[in-house]
Write a protein that binds this ligand. Structure first.
Ligand SMILES: C[S@@+](CC[C@H](N)C(=O)[O-])C[C@H]1O[C@@H](n2cnc3c(N)ncnc32)[C@H](O)[C@@H]1O
Length: 294
């Protein structure tokens, strides 16, 4: 990180020149006021409640945006954003502040449940993966459908959405480090991935039969309109609600309900519990929900 000075100043003489001692000195200065403003803006834009301890992350990710624009003050950058509600920079600001942590077959117990749910379906299966990040989750869904439905999977549709357009670009490319892919079952690796060679050494690409089932598109779960069309056999909305407050979670759950088939399943993340947030869904098993009223 080209010559950036990183130094925590606590109660030192230098700290006095800033608004509070709780700041990090670098080549740029992120004040408490800047941080509060960033938290408010990302909350309004994406519903994300940024925890107090995310200050370091916010600094390092947004400092890149400031440098990109040749700016030296967070306040000026934020004012520019606020003045231009439609600026392209909003996308970069949002992309910078999302957490994209994901993995193939994360929370593995969900996939056999999905397989059982779709096995006997006569109509083409429709799934929405509502926080698809860099694509590992929708690819795991596609692999599950191919394993379960055989040639019938070709009619299935997985709509994979995310607010983060950089994550979606990676998802569309479908290229992953081989060490990440190696963690999968060997049979799956052979069947669903192509090993990179030459300048793609160390990488693996998901095979076209997997990608063919997935349609990627940007979608902000807070947006008044969602460009997705139900009804879905399953909605995967895992490890995103945890970043939203309860009111936002409740609104999203109320909007999921009419997009589900009567027997549809809603899959949540391991630390997400929707039972006390909305009465549209009832718990069916470990972090899996069905419609309360069919
Ligand atoms: C931690 S990842 C979870 C990925 C995947 N669902 C999983 O469980 O492995 C959370 C994802 O939610 C996305 N996200 C954050 N705010 C969002 C919003 N308002 N609308 C849609 N997606 C959002 C982030 O960009 C990120 O890719």
């Amino acid at each position: 990180m080209g010559g950036i000075l990183t130094r925590q100043v606590e109660g030192s003489a230098e700290a006095g020149q800033w608004a509070s001692g709780n700041q990090i000195e670098r080549d740029l200065i992120l004040t408490d006021a800047d941080f509060s403003r960033i938290r408010e803006l990302i909350y309004q834009r994406a519903g994300i409640v940024l925890a107090e301890h995310k200050r370091e992350m916010v600094y390092s990710r947004l400092a890149k945006r400031l440098r990109h624009h040749g700016m030296t003050h967070f306040a000026a950058y934020l004012s520019r954003l606020e003045r231009q509600p439609d600026a392209k920079e909003w996308e970069a600001f949002t992309n910078a502040l999302t957490t994209n942590l994901t993995a193939f077959f994360r929370e593995a117990h969900h996939f056999p449940l999905l397989a059982d749910h779709v096995r006997a379906k006569q109509e083409p299966v429709k799934i929405w993966c509502a926080a698809a990040s860099t694509g590992e989750e929708p690819c795991s869904l596609a692999m599950t459908l191919l394993e379960t439905l055989g040639p019938r999977a070709e009619q299935a549709r997985i709509t994979a959405t995310d607010i983060d357009t950089d994550a979606l670009s990676k998802a569309r490319a479908g290229i992953y480090p081989q060490e990440q892919v190696r963690k999968l079952d060997e049979v799956r690796v052979k069947r669903f991935f192509q090993k990179g060679a030459g300048r793609h050494e160390g990488l693996a690409r998901v095979r076209p039969e997997v990608s063919a089932l997935i349609e990627y598109m940007p979608l902000n779960l807070l947006a008044p309109q969602w460009p997705v069309k139900g009804p879905f056999d399953a909605i995967f909305c895992r490890n995103i609600m945890i970043y939203f407050d309860k009111t936002t979670q409740a609104k999203i759950l109320e909007r999921f309900a009419p997009l589900m088939k009567p027997d549809g399943l809603l899959f949540a993340g391991h630390s997400e519990n929707f039972s006390y947030i909305s009465d549209a869904f009832k718990l069916r098993g470990q972090t899996v929900y069905t419609l309360a009223k069919k």
